[in-house]
Design a protein around this ligand. Structure first.
Ligand SMILES: *[C@@H]1O[C@H](CO)[C@@H](O)[C@H](O)[C@H]1NC(C)=O
Ligand SMILES: *[C@@H]1O[C@H](CO)[C@@H](O)[C@H](O)[C@H]1NC(C)=O
Ligand SMILES: *[C@@H]1O[C@H](CO)[C@@H](O)[C@H](O)[C@H]1NC(C)=O
Ligand SMILES: *[C@@H]1O[C@H](CO)[C@@H](O)[C@H](O)[C@H]1NC(C)=O
Ligand SMILES: *[C@@H]1O[C@H](CO)[C@@H](O)[C@H](O)[C@H]1NC(C)=O
Ligand SMILES: *[C@@H]1O[C@H](CO)[C@@H](O)[C@H](O)[C@H]1NC(C)=O
Ligand SMILES: *[C@@H]1O[C@H](CO)[C@@H](O)[C@H](O)[C@H]1NC(C)=O
Ligand SMILES: *[C@@H]1O[C@H](CO)[C@@H](O)[C@H](O)[C@H]1NC(C)=O
Ligand SMILES: CC(=O)N[C@H]1CO[C@H](CO)[C@@H](O)[C@@H]1O
Length: 822
C-alpha cells in the first residue's frame, strides 16, 4: 500500500464512522472539538411542517448561512394520552434530527418540556392536570415525576440513535425548562419555584447527555451547572451573570405571531440585521432566530390560545417554506461575513470606544488582523465616523462592519438583496370554483336538544378543560325547565371563553366569541319559551389553550360557574346556574370521524345544490391537485369558522370571517427604532381590516397527483363553500432598490421554472411606492435595456451596475429595478 492509498483509506474510515465531537465552552464561545465556534442557528418546529418539507427547509437554512437548527420538543403531540406515544409523521423527531445531521449541521434540542411557543397548553398534555396534586411548573412530585419520565424518554430516544455530539451526532446543546425567569419574577421569591428550577437542573444533569444544558431567560437564581441565555428582540446589552460562560441568544424574534383579532406583524430586515450585528459587536457567539421557519398549526392541539392557523412569523422562510426576500438574503450576507471573521471574533482582544452619544466603535484584534463594527443607535440621525483616517457615513439605527477596519463590507440598513413579492396564482389544472361539485351533511344536533342522555349530569356549570380533557374543542351543556304559558326572555350566559352557541328548544338563538384577547364574555340573546318543558342547550368551544403565565392550568375555559339566567321583559329572572345540567364532550360528526370520508356516509347533493350559510354543516368536494411543486393553498373566503381536511389530513382551524383590527401601527412603517410587539409604537402592520386568515396551507404531501383529492369542511357558524378555490404560491414582482455603482444586481424568480416576463421599471429618481407598484422617477433607457436583455425569459440573471446606466439629467445615486416573474 502506498502512502497515498493509506491516506485515502484512512479518510474513508473517518468519514464513515461518525466521530465523537466534544462540546465545552469558555467566556467567549462554545468550544467544539477544541475550536471556538460561532453558532448561527435558526428555529424550525418539526410539527409545523411535514417530513417531506424538512430537507428543503434545512437546506435553505444552510444556504442562508446558518450552521445549526434549533427546535422545541412537543410533549402533547408525542404523548397525546398518558403513556400512549406518537413518533409518526410530523412527530417523527428522530427523522427530523437525522435530516439535520444529513445536512451537516449542528442541532439544539430544547426539550422544555414546557415550551410556550404559541402552542396548546405550552406543550403540556391536557391529561397532566387530571393527576391528583398536580401543579404545573412548581416543586411537586406529580409534575416532576411526569416531566422526568418524558425528558428521559426523549433523551434515551436520541441516545439510541447516537444523536448527541459525544456520540457523533448533531446535538451540541440541550435545554431544560423555558423562560422560567419570568414566572419566578411574577411569583416573587416563591420557595416552590426556586426548588423546582434547581430540581430541573439536577434532573437534567443526571441524564448525562454529554453536552451543556441551557436555560433561557433565567437571570436570577441560576442553578450552577446550566448556562443561562437571553431571549428578546435585542440582546446586545445583556450579559450572562456568571463568568466563564458564553453569551447565548436563544430566541431572537424575527417577527411575531398572529392572533385571530390581530393584523400581521412585520419586523424589517434592516432592524433584525441591526440586532444581530449589535449582538456580535458585543461579544455574542451563539445566536438563534426564533423563527427561521414558522410554519402552520395543522392540528387542533397545535396552536395556542386564539393563535391563527398560520404561524408564518414573518420569518426568513415563509409559512410554505419559500425564501422571504429581502429578509433571507440580507441576513445571509450578514451570516457569511460574520463567519468569515469567526477566528478574530471569538479569540480577539477587543476595545469598545464611544464616539459620543449613541455611537460605539468596537475593534477586535487577533494575529495581526483586525475587524471593526461601528454602530449608530440614534433613531433619527445619520452619523459620520472617522476611523483610521477614513470617514464613514453610518445611517441612523444601523451597524457597519469593516472586516479590515478600513472599508465597509456590510451595513445593516443597506439592503443589496432583491425584494420578492409572493402572489397566489389561480390553479390552472382545476376547474373554476363554480364548477367544483359540493355535497353536504348536517351535523346531528338533535340528541342534545332533547332528553337524550349525555355522558353525565351535575347541578352546576363545570369548567370545560377539566370536563372534556381537551379531546375536542366542543363541550355541550344542556338543561330543561318547565314554564307556564308563553314567555319572552333574554338569555344571559357568562363564560370564560372562547366561543358559545345557544339553542332553545332546538333552535339556534345566539352566538358570541371572545374579542380583543379577553376570553371572558357574556352571551345575550332574546328567547321565547313555550308552555311546558323547554330545553336550553349551550355549546362551548375553545380555540387553543392558554400557554403562558404562572399556574396557567388554573385558567378556566367554558361556562365554569356561569351564571346562566333568563330575564323576562318584566324583570322576572330564572336562574339556571344550579339546574341539573347534562354534559357531552365533542360533536357527533367528530365521533363518527366524518373527516375520514368513510364509505356509507350519506353525503347529500341535490343535483349540485347545497345549503349555504347553514350552521353546523359538513361539506365535501373533490379537486385535482395543482401541477408542479409550488406550495398549494386553499382560499376559504366566504366560509365562516370551522376545520378543514384534505384527504383526511387536518389543515387546522379556519376563521376567515374574523377581521383583523385596525391599529395605529397599520399606517406607519419605519425600521428605525426598537421593534416592539405590544403597546404603543407598534409599526409596519399589514392586513388591517382584512380577514385575519383567508389562505390555508395544503402541504404537497397531503395531495395525490392525477387522482381526485377530497376537501372536507366542518362549518360551525354558517358559510358558503362554493367560493373555495385552490392556488399555488409563486414569486410575482421582484425588485432591487438602492443599488450602488459597481454592485452586481441579481434578480431571481425563485426556481420551479418561473422566468422573468418583463422588466417594468429601471429608475434613478426616487422611486415611489413599493415593489410591484413602483412609479419610476427618472427612467434609465440603458439600464432598462441591459436588464431586459439579461433577464427576460430567464429564471435568474445578474447585471453589473455601471456608469453607462446613468440617465441624462437624472438625480445621481440609487438605481431601482422592478421586474415581473410569470
Ligand atoms: C408559590 O406559588 C404557587 C402558585 O401560585 C402557590 O400555590 C404556592 O402556595 C406558593 N408558595 C409560596 C411559598 O408562596
Ligand atoms: C443577573 O443579571 C440580571 C440582569 O441581567 C440582574 O437583574 C440580576 O440581579 C443578576 N443576578 C445576579 C444573581 O447576579
Ligand atoms: C481603545 O481604543 C482607543 C481608540 O483607538 C484607544 O485610545 C485606547 O487606548 C484603546 N484601549 C485599549 C485598552 O486598547
Ligand atoms: C440614543 O438616541 C435616542 C434617539 O435616537 C435617544 O432617545 C437616546 O437617549 C440616545 N441614547 C443615548 C445613550 O444618548
Ligand atoms: C313576567 O314575564 C314572564 C315572561 O314573559 C312571564 O312568564 C311572567 O308571567 C311575567 N310575570 C308577571 C308577574 O307578570
Ligand atoms: C357576567 O357578565 C356581565 C357582563 O360582562 C358582568 O357585568 C357580570 O358581572 C358577570 N357576572 C359574573 C357573576 O361574573
Ligand atoms: C358578546 O360579548 C360581548 C362581550 O361580553 C358583549 O359586549 C356583547 O353584547 C355580546 N353579544 C352578544 C350578541 O351576545
Ligand atoms: C341538474 O341541473 C342542471 C343544470 O342546473 C339541469 O340542466 C338538469 O336538468 C338538472 N337535473 C335534474 C335531474 O334536476
Ligand atoms: C416574555 C415573552 O414575551 N416571551 C415570549 C417570547 O417569544 C416567544 C416566541 O414567540 C413566546 O413564546 C414567549 O411568550
Amino acid at each position: 500500500m502506498t502512502a497515498l492509498q493509506f491516506l485515502l483509506l484512512a479518510l474513508v474510515a473517518v468519514t464513515q464512522v461518525a466521530s465523537a465531537t466534544t462540546v465545552t465552552y469558555n467566556d467567549r464561545a462554545l468550544v467544539i472539538d477544541g475550536q471556538r465556534r460561532i453558532i448561527l442557528s435558526g428555529s424550525i418546529h418539526y410539527p409545523r411542517s411535514t417530513p417531506q418539507m424538512w430537507p428543503d427547509l434545512i437546506n435553505k437554512a444552510k444556504e442562508g448561512g446558518l450552521n445549526t437548527i434549533e427546535t422545541y420538543v412537543f410533549w402533547n403531540g408525542h404523548e397525546p394520552r398518558r403513556r400512549q406515544y406518537n413518533f409518526e409523521g410530523s412527530y417523527d423527531i428522530i427523522r427530523f434530527f437525522k435530516e439535520i445531521q444529513n445536512a451537516g449541521m449542528h442541532a439544539i434540542l430544547r426539550i422544555g418540556p414546557y415550551i410556550c411557543g404559541e402552542w396548546n397548553y405550552g406543550g403540556l398534555p391536557a391529561w397532566l392536570r387530571d393527576i391528583p396534586g398536580m401543579q404545573f411548573r412548581l416543586h411537586n412530585a406529580p409534575f416532576e415525576r411526569e416531566m422526568e419520565t418524558f425528558t428521559t424518554l426523549i433523551v434515551n430516544k436520541m441516545k439510541d440513535v447516537n444523536m448527541f455530539a459525544g456520540q457523533g451526532g448533531p446535538i451540541i446543546l440541550a435545554q431544560i425548562e423555558n423562560e422560567y425567569g419570568n414566572i419566578m419574577g411574577q411569583l416573587k421569591n416563591n420557595q416552590s419555584a426556586s426548588q423546582y428550577i434547581h430540581w430541573c437542573a439536577d434532573m437534567a444533569n443526571k441524564q448525562e447527555v454529554g453536552v451543556p444544558w441551557i436555560m433561557c431567560q433565567q437571570d436570577n437564581d441560576v442553578p450552577h451547572n446550566v448556562i443561562n441565555t437571553c431571549n428578546g428582540f435585542y440582546c446586545h446589552d445583556w450579559f450572562p451573570n456568571r463568568t466563564g460562560i458564553p453569551k447565548i441568544w436563544t430566541e431572537n424574534w424575527t417577527g411575531w405571531f398572529k392572533a385571530w383579532d390581530k393584523p400581521d406583524f412585520h419586523r424589517s430586515a434592516e432592524d433584525i440585521a441591526f440586532a444581530v450585528a449589535m449582538f456580535f459587536q458585543k461579544r455574542g457567539s451563539v445566536h438563534n432566530y426564533y423563527m427561521y421557519h414558522g410554519g402552520t398549526n395543522f392540528g387542533r392541539t397545535s396552536g395556542g390560545p386564539y393563535i391563527t392557523t398560520s404561524y408564518d412569523y414573518d420569518a426568513p422562510l415563509d409559512e410554505y417554506g419559500n425564501i422571504r426576500q429581502p429578509k433571507y438574503g440580507h441576513l445571509k450576507d450578514l451570516h457569511d461575513l460574520i463567519r468569515s471573521m469567526e477566528k478574530i471574533l471569538v479569540h480577539g482582544k477587543y476595545n469598545d470606544t464611544s464616539y459620543g452619544k449613541n455611537v460605539t466603535v468596537t475593534k477586535y484584534m487577533y494575529g495581526g488582523s483586525s475587524v471593526c463594527f461601528i454602530n449608530n443607535q440614534f433613531v433619527d440621525r445619520d452619523m459620520k465616523v472617522t476611523l483610521g483616517g477614513e470617514t464613514h457615513l453610518v445611517p441612523a439605527w444601523s451597524v457597519s462592519i469593516l472586516p479590515n477596519c478600513k472599508t465597509v463590507a456590510y451595513n445593516t440598513a443597506k439592503i443589496k438583496t432583491q425584494t420578492s413579492v409572493m402572489v397566489k396564482k389561480a390553479n390552472s389544472v382545476e376547474k373554476e370554483p363554480e364548477t367544483m361539485r359540493w355535497s353536504w351533511m348536517p351535523e346531528n344536533l338533535k340528541p342534545f336538544m332533547t332528553d337524550h342522555r349525555g355522558s353525565f349530569r351535575q347541578s352546576q356549570l363545570l369548567e370545560q378543560i377539566a370536563t372534556s380533557t381537551d379531546q375536542s374543542d366542543y363541550l355541550w351543556y344542556r338543561t330543561s325547565l318547565e314554564h307556564k304559558g308563553e314567555g319572552s326572555y333574554t338569555l344571559y350566559v357568562n363564560t370564560s371563553g372562547h366561543e358559545m352557541y345557544a339553542f332553545v328548544n332546538g333552535r339556534l338563538v345566539g352566538q358570541n366569541h371572545s374579542a380583543d384577547g379577553a376570553f371572558v364574555f357574556q352571551l345575550q340573546s332574546p328567547v321565547k319559551l313555550h308552555s311546558g318543558k323547554n330545553y336550553v342547550s349551550l355549546l362551548s368551544g375553545t380555540v387553543g389553550l392558554k400557554n403562558y403565565g404562572p399556574s396557567f392550568e388554573l385558567v378556566p375555559a367554558g361556562i365554569a360557574g356561569g351564571p346562566v339566567k333568563l330575564v323576562g321583559t318584566n324583570g322576572t329572572a330564572i336562574d339556571l346556574t344550579k339546574s341539573s345540567w347534562s354534559y357531552k364532550s365533542g360533536l357527533a360528526g367528530e365521533l363518527r370521524q366524518i373527516h375520514l370520508d368513510k364509505p356509507g356516509y350519506k353525503w347529500q347533493s341535490h343535483n349540485g345544490t347545497i345549503p349555504v350559510n347553514r350552521p353546523f354543516t359538513w361539506y365535501k368536494t373533490t379537486f385535482e391537485a395543482p401541477a408542479g411543486e409550488e406550495a398549494v393553498v386553499v382560499d376559504l373566503l366566504g366560509l365562516n369558522k370551522g376545520v378543514a381536511w384534505v384527504n383526511g389530513n387536518s389543515l387546522g382551524r379556519y376563521w376567515p370571517s374574523y377581521t383583523a383590527a385596525e391599529m395605529p401601527g397599520c399606517h406607519v412603517c419605519d425600521y428605525r427604532g426598537k421593534f416592539i410587539a405590544e403597546g404603543d409604537g407598534i409599526r409596519c402592520l399589514t392586513g388591517c381590516g382584512e380577514p385575519a386568515q383567508r389562505f390555508y396551507h395544503v402541504p404537497r404531501s397531503f395531495l395525490r397527483a392525477g387522482e381526485p383529492n377530497t376537501l372536507i369542511l366542518f362549518e360551525e357558524a354558517g358559510g358558503d363553500p362554493t367560493r373555495a378555490a385552490f392556488h399555488t404560491v409563486a414569486v410575482g414582482p421582484v425588485c432591487v432598490a438602492a443599488v450602488e455603482l459597481g454592485d452586481d444586481v441579481t434578480l431571481s424568480c425563485g426556481g420551479h421554472g418561473r422566468v422573468v416576463a418583463s422588466v417594468d421599471v429601471a429608475s434613478f429618481g426616487v422611486a415611489r411606492g413599493s415593489c410591484g407598484a413602483y412609479k419610476g422617477g427618472c427612467e434609465s433607457k440603458a439600464a432598462l435595456k441591459a436588464f431586459t436583455d439579461a433577464c427576460v425569459g430567464r429564471e435568474s440573471c445578474t447585471v453589473k451596475y455601471t456608469a453607462a446606466f446613468a440617465g441624462a439629467g437624472c438625480q445621481s445615486g440609487a438605481l431601482t429595478v422592478q421586474a415581473t416573474c410569470s
